[in-house]
Design a protein around this ligand. Structure first.
Ligand code: LLP
Length: 433
């Protein structure tokens, strides 16, 4: 199967981390997101150990918590001794509530509000990653009012095409993120930032995109950023102490997707960086990376209960489920591939083609098109694999559908980490008239 935490038991049921998924669906109801804590920890440690070994000892991964944000995840990140990337007061607040040491947090976002900036400073966020000179100036002003000298990284657009979906590609010159080297505006940004009194410039950041299988775009980005460090050292006498290479390494959603050796990629990137540091005469900076998807995606799967089978003679079959784009909008948004299994009949022939359709009043609410599975029937348990990243995180209340529960599995024990939302929860902010 696509990940080694999946198997089939004697009842021909799909298991995750040794636990029967069909039993979990019965116990907690569906839609249900089931997560394997050991897999999350394994991924954290692969990044942490490789980065420590191949870069400087203080180099570390930051979990990009936009991929999945709830208190328990920040607790895992903390106990795995890694940092985090946050993009909103909401993510910062959740991490604070989980007792995360916020000096290891990096605050991102191309549209930080004044209130969020104040909130982040008050929460003790270690670094801000800034997207523009206007933003750095606002942070300088607010930090001044608060008597703080704020550590900052500048987000630089390296001008790379990472060959991924356009909507999740971020490193090209026309991106809404960062400031481009190509237009020379990145140099201006450094020069101006260095003059700000309440800003301590620590270095640079780049992020080229997400779900990238190729390794060359990361190497190209590293080369461009090292050259930028060398150039800005020469131009302004400023040598970056930190270089954040962003996230983006892909994960397997289907059997066709290649397996990525994350540690080998990190070593390859490190070799290039070390060679260039020697060539340019610069000290190896502390390196940061921001994996999101590759930390949590294959730790998670979503369980649904099958609804009705619609067979359109000679054309197409649909099986409806009790969730859909409200808990997983990724096919609707990016036509993302997924592996879908009939979790309660894993031994049967996959000889029936059908499209897995969500419950929303929208034709585009599809989880996956033309899946081969045993002919599904009402109340079967349908499992969609690799849903740990950007599924719950992007869930919505469209059609007033409540968000699912998240159940963690640890040492074969299962426990709720996020409760199922109730319909009462959904109207809790509504005013009575
Ligand atoms: N750092 C920055 C600055 C980012 O913008 C992102 C992702 C990451 C790190 C983490 O990238 P990862 O390792 O997860 O690829 N909703 C889309 C993905 C959007 C990614 C946004 N930024 C999806 O469902 O595919």
């Amino acid at each position: 199967m696509i990940c080694n935490n999946l198997s089939v038991n004697e009842n021909n049921h799909l298991t995750l981390a040794g636990v029967d998924t069909v039993e979990m669906a019965k116990k907690y109801g569906t839609p249900l997101m089931l997560m394997d804590e050991a897999k999350i920890r394994e991924k954290c440690s692969v990044y942490r150990e490789a980065m420590k070994e191949y870069f400087t000892p203080d180099s570390m991964p930051l979990f990009a918590s936009k991929a999945l944000s709830f208190k328990y995840i920040y607790k895992i990140a903390n106990s795995e001794n890694i940092g985090i990337d946050c993009v909103s007061a909401g993510e910062i607040f959740t991490a604070v509530k989980a007792g995360f040491p916020m000096e290891k947090a990096y605050f991102h976002g191309n549209s930080k509000t004044d209130d969020e900036i104040r909130f982040a400073i008050n929460s003790g966020v270690g670094h801000f990653v800034c997207d523009s000179i206007e933003e750095v100036s606002v942070i300088d002003e607010i930090a001044g009012e608060m008597n703080v000298r704020q550590k900052v990284l500048l987000r630089i657009t390296p001008g790379i095409d990472p060959h991924t979906h356009k909507k999740i590609s971020t490193g090209s010159v026309d991106s809404k993120f960062g400031v481009a080297i190509e237009t020379k505006q990145a140099y201006e940004l450094v020069e101006k930032t260095l003059k700000l009194e309440n800003i301590e410039l620590m270095g640079y950041h780049c992020h080229i995109g997400s779900q990238i299988f190729e390794y060359d775009p990361f190497c190209d980005a590293a080369r461009i950023m090292l050259k930028f460090i060398a150039d800005t050292k020469e131009m302004f006498g400023f040598e970056a102490k930190e270089l954040n290479l962003g996230g983006g390494m892909g994960v397997r959603y289907t059997e066709e997707d290649p397996e990525i050796d994350y540690a080998a990629n990190i070593k390859g990137i490190a070799d290039i960086i070390k060679e260039l540091c020697a060539e340019y005469g610069i000290t190896l900076p502390k390196i940061l990376m921001e994996p999101g998807r590759s930390i949590v995606a294959d730790a998670g799967l979503t369980l649904y209960t099958a609804g009705y089978l619609k067979e359109i003679t000679g054309l197409k079959n649909y099986i409806s489920i009790d969730g859909g784009m409200t808990d997983n909008p990724r096919f609707t948004l990016y036509q993302s591939p997924y592996t879908v299994l009939l979790a309660n009949r894993m031994n049967e022939e996959k000889d029936y083609k059908c499209t897995v359709a969500g419950r929303c009043c929208e034709s585009g609410d599809i989880i996956q098109e033309d899946v081969l599975m045993p002919k599904p029937k009402r109340n079967d348990t349908i499992a969609v694999l690799t849903t740990g990243a950007y599924n719950y995180a992007m869930a919505s209340h469209y059609n007033k559908v409540p968000k699912p529960a998240i159940v963690m599995i640890k040492d074969k024990e299962d426990f709720v980490v996020v409760k199922r939302e109730t319909i009462e929860d959904m109207i809790s902010n509504e005013v009575d008239f």
